[in-house]
Design a protein around this ligand. Structure first.
Ligand SMILES: Cc1cc2nc3c(=O)[nH]c(=O)nc-3n(C[C@H](O)[C@H](O)[C@H](O)COP(=O)(O)OP(=O)(O)OC[C@H]3O[C@@H](n4cnc5c(N)ncnc54)[C@H](O)[C@@H]3O)c2cc1C
Length: 363
């Protein structure tokens, strides 16, 4: 079977590429997906009680990239959701990220914005050569807040001490010297009004796009010829793990439905120090669905299972570097997305990556 363009993986990276090829170039494109659905990890579906859940963990869209926002807005409308997160510490629910409200509630104080800035300066530890996530946190918030909010959460999430993780992991958490408790401060935020799967279906709704579900690329690769292959699966699998297997952190999701309208105060509650799970999400608080029952999801990080988060350590980045050398030699294959590039992408960033790759390598 010959297709000029073949895409492996029907996640946001693959679908953006397929959509551009089909619509802009008016060319046929074959998408091969090993799961029984499109959408990759942003896939959502209605559970047996009719509540919309995110099957691979909660996904909140937020971006400052206007072009990406306009691009996705062709396929969905959005609700006006602003994300909020509470963290369970010492028996209290404290707002995250760190704001004036967080400090006041944690220490039972009544400081203003300037006083909180001074307070955090006094707490922070001077570290000359910041090398790890622990260094970042200590230098920003000091030992006490690091211990209460970050140390155990990060250990649970990654299975290793923050002192072993590179700076990218904790540096993403902002500190605000004001009372704005919204989790993200990006210009555009929201949830797709009819869900991510519907948005993805709209992206794929073009007669030029043919999707093969339940099909592993490895099983059909010898039967397919192409001019360009856009590969969004795991890069180590593509090369038969010739440089070894790349490590990922996985998560086991446990869903529970309750015969009550509401479960918790915020869409997400973090549990850094208690229980084995890292957080609980209540889906109706994201999607604004009206329903007399409610469904929550607990996240248990672990080493086994679906590959979710590339490991942000020097050792694994170096191993990925060996695959990068192989990728550079390819003339017909473009590697994009979180698995192929072995890096964490937010949804907006992966769509940006695919739009740019289309302009650069395809168009
Ligand atoms: C728990 C969790 C929460 C997240 N929350 C957010 C959030 O709140 N906000 C945000 O912006 N981003 C979030 N993300 C990130 C978001 O999921 C990614 O940006 C996005 O899914 C990346 O898309 P992708 O196409 O690169 O990868 P994927 O969505 O993983 O798609 C890759 C696809 O390729 C398929 N595939 C792999 N190998 C093969 C093969 N051999 N043959 C055929 N098909 C194959 C896979 O089945 C998969 O469907 C979250 C991620 C996780 C894990």
């Amino acid at each position: 079977m010959y297709y000029k363009y073949v895409v492996v993986g029907a996640g946001l990276a693959g679908l953006t590429m397929a959509e551009r090829i089909a619509n802009v170039l008016d060319e046929k494109v074959l998408v091969i997906e090993k799961r029984n659905h499109i959408g990759g990890n942003v896939y959502d579906s209605y559970n047996e009680d009719g509540i919309l859940i995110h099957n691979y963990g909660p996904h909140i869209f937020h971006t400052n990239d206007q072009e990406v926002y306009y691009y996705l807005s062709k396929f969905t409308k959005w609700n006006d959701f602003w994300h909020r997160v509470l963290t369970y510490v010492d028996g209290n629910l404290i707002p995250m990220p760190i704001t004036v409200e967080t400090i006041n509630k944690l220490y039972n104080l009544n400081l203003d914005c300037t006083q909180v800035e001074e307070f955090l300066k006094k707490q922070s530890v001077e570290i000359k050569d910041i090398k790890t996530s622990k260094d970042v946190a200590l230098s920003k918030v000091g030992q006490d807040i690091y211990g209460k909010f970050f140390e155990n959460y990060t250990k649970k999430q990654w299975g290793i001490d923050p002192a072993e993780l590179d700076t990218s992991v904790i540096s993403r958490i902002p500190i605000r010297y004001n009372r704005d408790t919204r989790y993200f401060n990006d210009k555009y935020q929201g949830m797709p009004t009819h869900g991510y799967t519907k948005m993805c279906e709209n992206m794929a709704a073009n007669k030029n796009i043919k999707i093969l579900l339940n099909t592993d690329f490895k099983e059909v690769m010898n039967e397919i010829t192409y001019d360009k292959l856009i590969y969004t699966g795991p890069v180590d699998e593509y090369y038969n793990q010739k440089h070894g297997k790349l490590a990922y952190r996985s998560i086991h999701f446990e869903f529970e439905t309750f015969d009550q309208e509401e479960y918790q105060e915020a869409p997400v509650v973090n549990y850094p120090n208690d229980y084995d799970y890292t957080r609980i999400t209540e889906f109706k608080k994201l999607t604004w669905q009206k329903h007399e029952k409610t469904t929550i999801c607990k996240e248990f990080p672990g080493a086994e299972g679906e590959p979710y988060y590339p490991f942000p350590t020097k050792e694994w980045k170096a191993k990925y570097g060996l695959y990068q050398e192989e990728m550079k030699k390819e003339t017909k294959v473009i590697f994009i997305g979180r698995l192929a590039e072995y890096r964490y992408y937010n949804m907006d960033a992966v769509v940006r990556r695919a739009l740019d790759a289309f302009e650069e390598f395809i168009k």
